[in-house]
Each structure stands twice: as C-alpha cells, then as structure tokens.
Design a protein around this ligand. Structure first.
Ligand SMILES: [Zn+2]
Length: 281
C-alpha cells in the first residue's frame, strides 16, 4: 500500500494474459526484447492487468477493471487469459472491500483488457459489476470506441460498455476538479482520449500511465507497441510526461508489466532509463 496526497493507493492484479511479442514491442527486433522478456512457443509474452484502487474515507475509486469474466472462450485461448485466482474480486476481497463499496470507476480507455470488468453478464443479462459506482470515461475515447477504425476494431467490444452508457451509468469525465488531488491527463497516441492519472503528492506523485507506457520495458522512447494508433504522437506524449516524471519524482505504475509493478526513472545517455524498480508495493 502507498500513500499519495489524500489517498491510500493499492495496485490490484486482476489477472494475466499474453500477447504476441512482435505486437507488444513494435519495431524492436526480437533479439533485443527477448533478452528482457520470455515468450512461449507461440511467441506470446505474458502480461498482467494491474488496476489501481484509491481510498479517501468512504470514497473508493477504481482505475480500470481488467479483462473481467465476459470474454468468449475462443478469445480467452488466443490471449491465454488466466484470471481464475488473480482477479479483481479476489484482489478487492484481500483488502476487505466488496464491489458494493466502490464509489467511482474511471476507465482509462475502453480496450477490452481495461474495461472488461465494468459489466457482469448473468444468463445474457448485463449488470454493472459495481452497483453503487459512477463510471467515467473520456468523451473522445467513447466516441472512438463506438466507431473504431479497422485496426483496433477487435479491441473495442461494445458489449463491455454500451449497456452502461445506455443506462446512464457511464458518464464523460470532463471536469478535472471532480476528483480532488488527482490530475486527469488525456492523450491520443495509443488511442484517442486515453486517460492517465497523476495522484498529487508533495514528495512523490503516482502516475498511472495506462497504455501510454504499458510496461517498464517501454520506458525508452522507441519501445512502443504495434497497438499504438499514432506512434509519432505517442513518442511526443511519452517524452513530455516522462520528463515530468523525472523532474517531479513520479512513481510510475505500469498496467501490464508481468513483474515490475512500479518504477522511478531518470535521464539516460540516449533515452529515459529506469532508476528504481519495485516488484511489490
Ligand atoms: Zn489499450
């Protein structure tokens, strides 16, 4: 558990999945990424789905929800989804928190590995997983998600979010002052309207970067994934926020790193580099 500003912060492991290493590391040759990350016999690298829980008194804010339980069997096999033991429910239970306690859910973007846990289906009927929570996403990302381009069509599964929007439970996060002590950042390189958050703190703010920087391996500027829709925009965004991370001593929490939960960074000879890495928090 961490403390940042007014918030208690926990990183929740909501499960595991695997993606093709070539897609995860874009133009970086396998001879380089494979020095740092193992892959299976289908070239897939294991990734975690780490979400954040912020607590301030009775306010309990969940940032992202992981893959959830609604993915079809065929896709679970393709992505090697494992969330029977490590999942959102168990991670919350370990902290003595129930789904009813969650007051707010901020979804960084509606890709299935971040939004799949928002809704639970029983006998084909959808219900909000967190019945007492208000759900938030950026308007820009929602508009993209309901009409994505062909390259990221498969990542946006409308059954994960459309029923919530239609019922009025999914709102657009436009007022940055809604969450006191939390800076909301919007970027567009990974996908339009991606939200990242900075939990303000005088000594060490916490930066949940979402897929702007999916893992600690993606800290060097050119290490970006093939899923990033606008690579040149992403590189500019990364450089801008990683510079702030150095200057303001941010602790960066990664959404998909299989081992390193968080890290601080510094300037390197060519690119930014990891400074201190944390495998447990
Ligand atoms: Zn994504």
């Amino acid at each position: 558990m961490l403390l940042a500003g007014q918030y208690k912060v926990n990183i929740l492991n909501t499960g595991w999945f695997a993606m093709d290493g070539g897609a995860v590391f874009g133009v970086i040759p396998k001879v380089l990424w494979n020095k740092h990350v193992d892959c299976d016999n289908k070239n897939r690298v294991q990734m975690s789905c780490n979400c954040l829980l912020l607590e301030k008194g009775s306010q309990k804010i969940l940032i992202d929800t992981g893959i959830g339980t609604n993915l079809q069997e065929k896709l679970k096999k393709i992505y090697k989804v494992e969330n029977d033991i490590d999942n959102l429910n168990n991670s919350l239970s370990n902290l003595g928190i129930t789904k009813n306690d969650i007051t707010d859910v901020i979804i960084t973007h509606l890709h299935f590995d971040h939004s799949g846990g928002m809704i639970t289906y029983h006998d084909g009927i959808s219900r909000p997983t967190f019945p007492n929570a208000n759900y938030y996403v950026s308007k820009k990302n929602y508009n993209w998600a309901i009409d994505p381009c062909k390259i990221d069509l498969a990542s946006y599964m409308k059954r994960n979010f459309l029923p919530l929007f239609q019922s009025g439970k999914l709102q657009f996060l436009s007022d940055q002052n809604k969450f006191e002590g939390i800076e909301i950042i919007q970027s567009n390189g990974h996908t339009p309207g991606l939200i990242s958050i900075v939990i303000q703190d005088l000594k060490q703010p916490i930066f949940y970067c979402s897929d702007m920087i999916p893992s600690s391996f993606h800290i060097p500027t050119p290490w970006i994934s093939s899923f990033d829709l606008f690579p040149l925009a992403l590189i500019k965004e990364k450089d801008k926020f990683l510079q702030r991370a150095v200057e303001e001593n941010w602790l960066i929490v990664f959404p998909h790193d299989p081992k390193n939960k968080a890290a601080t960074i510094d300037y390197g000879s060519k690119y930014f580099r990891l400074k201190e890495v944390f495998t447990t928090i």
